[in-house]
Design a protein around this ligand. Sequence first.
Ligand code: SF4
Ligand code: SF4
Length: 91
Amino acid sequence: MPYDHESIPPTPITSVPSDQFLKTGSWRTFRPVIDRDKCIKCFICWKFCPDVSVRVKDEDSYPEIDYEFCKGCGICARECPKDAIDMVLEV
Ligand code: SF4
Ligand code: SF4
């Protein structure tokens, strides 16, 4: 099942992604990196990202970070139940 902005359940996030305004990836100091060996595809990271920067194609695919818009807030890493997201210093 494809996911889109309308299918997000009620959560404390914006309903409008930054891509409708400006690319915010340059704000980032740390970038989230998903370890697929640990990821169980629960998509909690997708649910909690406040800027809709975790992309999910379908239930069988791993989530991917859209680095053009991810601000590096670290919420996804904090909420991941498998500790599968590392926040890595940008170089
Ligand atoms: S929250 Fe963690 S385990 Fe769940 S889909 Fe995201 S990276 Fe994978
Ligand atoms: S670091 Fe923040 S903005 Fe980037 S994907 Fe994770 S929750 Fe979203």
